[in-house]
Design a binder for this molecule. Structure first.
Ligand code: UDP
Length: 328
């Protein structure tokens, strides 16, 4: 298939591009490189541009005879979204709509969308299935849900079929060490734990120890980025085979506390990690664990790296071999 990947130079995007290329798809990346890295896209056509550029999109659709789009390009930090909702509505909704419009105008009618567990908000039951009410508690989740809403109506009116993948906590790196996680600023737990282990930061701050969980720290469901990438490939195949528009959760169904992540990382790196106990980070639910039975049943998805230690090992290999990330 000829596939356009927006945001393909980012963390999950670049792993998905590798996966699609390995399955012999012809992939073109569109990335404005505001967060992504040129070095994360190797041997694949990279167009430096923005999804708001309708003319450019239409040119790409025509030139490469694009049959499907995987849409990652977006802003994705919860805390930042609370401080700057305008930027999130602009990047995630306004630019997202520009992409949908260009697709409809050009007759490209298959879309895999990078969504998030943040659409659910504070869980009312665990594990969270796709039937869980969607009540986001921050603009990041709200903007992802808003585009999902538009996609539903675009399907009904214009026949744009989509698979929306709601990720829990993406982690790890390509086991071949070619690419990995490189955010600036880094806000995610596992890379921050490993940066502390590598001596790049003095300590890891644990955000809150008074949650109603077994050890008082937040519980999350970590899913390997290559398992996420494989899910995008399966969704594209299913859409090509006639799958109706669908929403799928993606996690492993196992919850690990912040302290369990730190302990496992200590085993991986073979030394103690400095931690400091801090206060809660606003907006963090106590427990987020996915029910991913739907994608397993309907698309045959199975995680290959379900074990937390394996996930952290792949991340550690990347961070220890690329302490300064991609481009620096
Ligand atoms: N966390 C932490 N210290 C950090 C970063 C994160 O204790 O420096 C906690 C955070 O409060 C959450 C978990 O680790 O409970 C995972 O956070 P992350 O930002 O990686 O992902 P999120 O759950 O926000 O998508």
């Amino acid at each position: 298939m000829n596939i356009l990947v927006t945001g393909g130079a980012g963390y999950i995007g670049s792993h998905t591009v590798l996966e699609l290329a390995s399955r012999n798809h012809r992939v073109v990346v569109l990335d404005n490189l505001s967060k992504g890295h040129r070095g994360a896209v190797r041997g694949i056509e990279l167009v430096h541009g923005d999804t708001s550029d309708t003319r450019l999109l239409k040119e790409i659709f025509k030139k490469y005879n694009i049959e499907a789009v995987v849409h990652f390009a977006a802003s994705s930090l919860v805390g930042e979204s609370v401080r700057q909702p305008a930027g999130y509505y602009h990047n995630n909704v306004v630019k997202g709509l520009a992409l949908l419009d260009a697709m409809v105008d050009s007759g490209v009618r298959r879309l895999v969308f990078s969504s998030t567990a943040a659409v659910y908000g504070e869980p009312v039951e665990t594990p969270i299935s796709e039937a869980h009410p969607a009540a986001p508690t921050n603009p990041y989740g709200a903007t992802k849900l808003a585009l999902e809403g538009a996609m539903r109506w675009y399907d009904q009116a214009y026949g744009l079929r989509f698979a929306s993948l709601r990720y829990f906590n993406a982690a790890g790196a390509d086991p071949a060490e070619e690419i990995g996680e490189d955010h600036d600023p880094e806000t995610h737990l596992i890379p921050l734990v490993l940066k502390s282990a590598a001596g790049l930061t003095p300590y890891l701050e644990v955000f809150g120890t008074d949650y109603p969980t077994p050890d008082g720290t937040c519980v999350r469901d970590y899913i390997h980025v290559n398992d996420l990438a494989a899910a995008h490939a399966l969704a594209l195949d299913a859409l090509a085979a006639g799958l109706p528009s669908s929403v799928y959760n993606l996690g492993n169904g196992n919850g690990y506390s912040v302290l369990e992540v730190i302990r496992t990382a200590e085993e991986v790196v073979g030394k103690p990690i400095n931690i400091k106990y801090g206060t809660r980070r606003p907006g963090d639910p106590a427990v987020l664990v996915a029910g991913s039975g739907k994608i397993m049943k309907e698309l045959g998805w199975q995680p290959r790296f379900a074990d937390l230690k394996t996930i952290i090992e792949t991340a550690w290999r990347w961070h220890s071999s690329h302490p300064a990330g991609f481009d620096k």
